[in-house]
Write a protein that binds this ligand. Sequence first.
Ligand SMILES: *[C@@H]1O[C@H](CO)[C@@H](O)[C@H](O)[C@H]1NC(C)=O
Ligand SMILES: *[C@@H]1O[C@H](CO)[C@@H](O)[C@H](O)[C@H]1NC(C)=O
Ligand SMILES: *[C@@H]1O[C@H](CO)[C@@H](O)[C@H](O)[C@H]1NC(C)=O
Ligand SMILES: *[C@@H]1O[C@H](CO)[C@@H](O)[C@H](O)[C@H]1NC(C)=O
Length: 332
Amino acid sequence: MKLLLVFLASLFVLGINGQGDDSRWKEYKRLNGKNYNEKLDGGKQENLRKAIFFQRDANIRKHNSGNHSFQIGHNKFSDLTGKELAVFLGTTSPPSPKLHKSMTVLPKRQTRLPTTLNYRNSFCLPPIKAQGSCGSCWAFTAITPLEFDRCRKKRSFSVLSEQQLVDCDTNSTNYGCNGGWYVTAWSHLTTVNGSASEFLYPYKGSKGKCKYCPECKSMVGARVSSYGYIQSKNATAMQLALQEYGPLATAITVVGSFYYYTVGVYDDEACDNLPVNHGVVVVGYGRYNDIIDYWVVRNTWGENWGDQGYINIQRGVNKCSIETYPAFVVSY
Ligand SMILES: *[C@@H]1O[C@H](CO)[C@@H](O)[C@H](O)[C@H]1NC(C)=O
Ligand SMILES: *[C@@H]1O[C@H](CO)[C@@H](O)[C@H](O)[C@H]1NC(C)=O
Ligand SMILES: *[C@@H]1O[C@H](CO)[C@@H](O)[C@H](O)[C@H]1NC(C)=O
Ligand SMILES: *[C@@H]1O[C@H](CO)[C@@H](O)[C@H](O)[C@H]1NC(C)=O
């Protein structure tokens, strides 16, 4: 009943404020802190952004009026171009498929699986982070599981530095704000024998000179003991690995609707069977309404994105390739 009322209420609003109406665009700009100075360019930006906004608005309304297991809505991404949106990703393809295979493990423990598991509110996960307009998701994807495992072992929390990876991990397949791969990031942290603390090496969101040195012991907040891939396309193995290792790094394919996710279980068919382009962290799993299984996925687009920074993605069908490259890391 509540849902129906909301639906009727939104129809009413749409009836009054049809497409093209300035008031919703103005409200959007106000809510999202957007400000395009028309005096600077004769309104070029304003008109471009407004046109994109109403195009997305039409897509959002169309989607939400259909029978879908997830809903989408406006956010800071609503008036960005496709090129601008792509900057918020940053995972390249896995550097070496051969390496991927040779490193793959099955979880050691074969205990009975609980029906749900969720680290989302764990003391050992820091608040949601924001990568900004820098394709550094691979660094965040590498750091979060390491922070978790270190915290679980030491029983105290230490926020670690993504900027160290952005600045210093230039030896392999990782390219600062231009993409990278979380498993090679762990390889780098192993080589240099340390992951710096965030407060000593804070995030800037652009590539700079490396400030970490092998002698920089006082900077170190954690060290990598081991890491590897979980067997590919095996959701059960991932569930067991979540229990055994904590949150898992993985890669997914992000397509348009993903940017505007608000609630429900994400199951867009558009993201299937395309190359992965974004790194995220799986922090749990569950089942919605006794019908649809999902992963609880942590993103790095700030707390005001998605469901307070998180998204539920369909589980067990390799949705958006989320089950193709899951990986774990263990700290000392
Ligand atoms: C909506 O989709 C679900 C799952 O696909 C289906 O079971 C249900 O019958 C659909 N409802 C309507 C009204 O089409
Ligand atoms: C850089 O790459 C070389 C060759 O792959 C490797 O031997 C070396 O340990 C790497 N150095 C760092 C700092 O990752
Ligand atoms: C890595 O750092 C730890 C702690 O400072 C030290 O005990 C260890 O010997 C180092 N390992 C290598 C290979 O340098
Ligand atoms: C998937 O993983 C589970 C748990 O580790 C294992 O028992 C099972 O054999 C795996 N399935 C395949 C097809 O390898």
